[in-house]
Design a protein. Sequence first.
Length: 726
Amino acid sequence: MFRYLILCLSLTLATALPAKGEERLKIGLALSGGGARGAAHIGVLRELERLKVPIDYIAGTSIGAIIGAAYASGMSTAEIEKTMVDTNWDDIFNDQPPRKDRSIRRKFDDRIFQINNEIGLSGGKLKLPSGVVQGQKLQLLLDKLFVPVADVQNFNQLPTPFRAVATDIATSRPVVLDSGSLSTAVRASMSVPTVFATVNIDDHILVDGGISNNLPVDVARGMGADIVIAVDIGSPLLGAEELESAIGVTVQLTNILVRRTTDAQIATLTERDILITPELAAFSASDFKNSVSIIPNGAEAATAVADKLAPLSLTQSEYGQHQVARDIRQNAYPVVSFITIENDSALSEAYLLSKLRQKLGERLDFEQLEEDIGLLYGLEIFQTINYNVVEENGATGLVVNAQQKPWGPNYLQFGLRYSSDLFDNNNLGLTLGYTITPLNIWNGEWRSILQLGEEPGVETELNQPLGIGSPYYVNGSVALSNERFNIFLDGNKISQVRAKKFGATGAVGREFGNWGDLRAGLNRFFSNNSIEIGQPDDNVSDADGGEFFMRFRIDTLDDAFFPARGVNGFVQWLSSRTALGADTEFDQAQVDLTGAATFGSHTFLLGGRYYSTFRGAAPIQNNFRLGGLFELPGFIENELSGQDLYLLRVAYQRKIASLFNTSPYLGLTLQHGQVFQNEEDINLADGITAGGIWLGWNSFVGPIYLGYGWAETGDQSVYMIIGSPF
């Protein structure tokens, strides 16, 4: 028996190791797709290194392409593990730019269009994105990861030759990517259909490679591998009890398709190839938060076949030489000699270049570059913005590629606003916007808005910067509005007025980065005011307007509706003059400011509002309104109306248990305020103290609030609000 075992071992070694003076057999590594379960690949690589098994070629699909490309580029297993663990995958799979990166105009949109998804409109046809996630943050992560080898265009020239496998969605055939941008190739390999946007490379429309070849054994062998180590981390088929929903059935269909390609590749393995299948039943493909726990399972699976791997091991000296050759990496912080812009939008290349602060002749500043790209992405014009480090004529440069949203540049946007006291006061408003941006090389924008519901209206607006990258702009709009105002006497509502207004506005302004805006201009309008409910009132009459205004706005909130930090508010001066066409003369000043701060899991909001009319009396359409869950609880929305008002408010909010896959907030608010008909009547002692409690969360139709408010006057109200609460 002992002699028989020695003979078997000798034959095994003879098939794997070369005789003295012969070249050793080449080993290829095939890494399958499987989402977060791909962290097991790191454990396998770590064990292969421990056993001193050399890897000569790597072929990967989807997450296998990410791990494989990282290792092929020269990264150590420790570096790959750190990247996997440190990456905020929830954020990576969310294309919405951080609010701090969004332009000030897009921030102002939050209260108009609460439904984030936009639809393209071109040639009378609706156009939709090719995926829920466009992959901007993922692309930036990959760009940064592979900067040390960004100038390598032939993947055979990487420290370890590499191939990524994607699928041509038009033909369903696998596409083996062996050249070009490594980060783009990897991005294409993991573009799960309908989840990630497709990637176009060489006339191929590419999606996730798992559809056509999830375990690229044949690709590794085609690269020259004599022996293939295949690592299968694919998801198993669901059980019958998990197929009771449409989602479960859809997932199962995908698993069947991917499983078939995997099994077909496993069937091609020979006796000297090695299959490693980590035990991953406890982990799902989306379980990125537990990636640290997944890694050891890969190492254990490799250890389980250590007897098969042992004959492939090198001596310490031989493996050291192999690693030295693999560890040769390019300079991760090259000196940038030039910057080239590739841009398919109406914006000029000079505009994009003006937003990049990278200085020529200095080393690449990754943090600054990513911040600048984030601000450009915050314009919400581009599908993706990525960069590559290239070598041209002996100089190292930066190529920034900005790809406009293919479903643009004309967009339909939507907003929903519903408020109710769950009894007899219900207000519904639907907003439809049509925006063309960029309108020209200076980033002009034309937008039209249709408002339906209790206060209908229509507006068209043109906003035009005054030069490439200029913060100065001109703005003009024409609008027709129809608003309601209440008139009270001794605390009792005696009538309701409908104020119809048609007019135009022209302004000049300046933006301050993406946090503030200052503008001054003229309003000219014609009004028709009528009593809708109640007795005729001689004080209610038509009042045309001619006004000069100056307004400064600031918005640094990290979230428009459930902020954890930041400031939001405005200061405005308005002067109505007969010389400008007004029927009455008056002045108004408005100050409104709210700040948010968070300590641990507790968020506090503090704010105040003071609106005043002086040097005359304003007509009904210029009255100020108050009332609602966040504007004096206990009263219904806009219940109070007058020439002057003040409001002081403090609020507390905190995230609570998950609800419908979101994180709802529980909030409390205490407020003190009142409206007045004359400036001299303003008195804090006459104010009303009120409090409210609410439950709110972000939904696909915008924020939703359920609340209750009570005022010291005895007024009470319950609230259901969908959309902006202000």
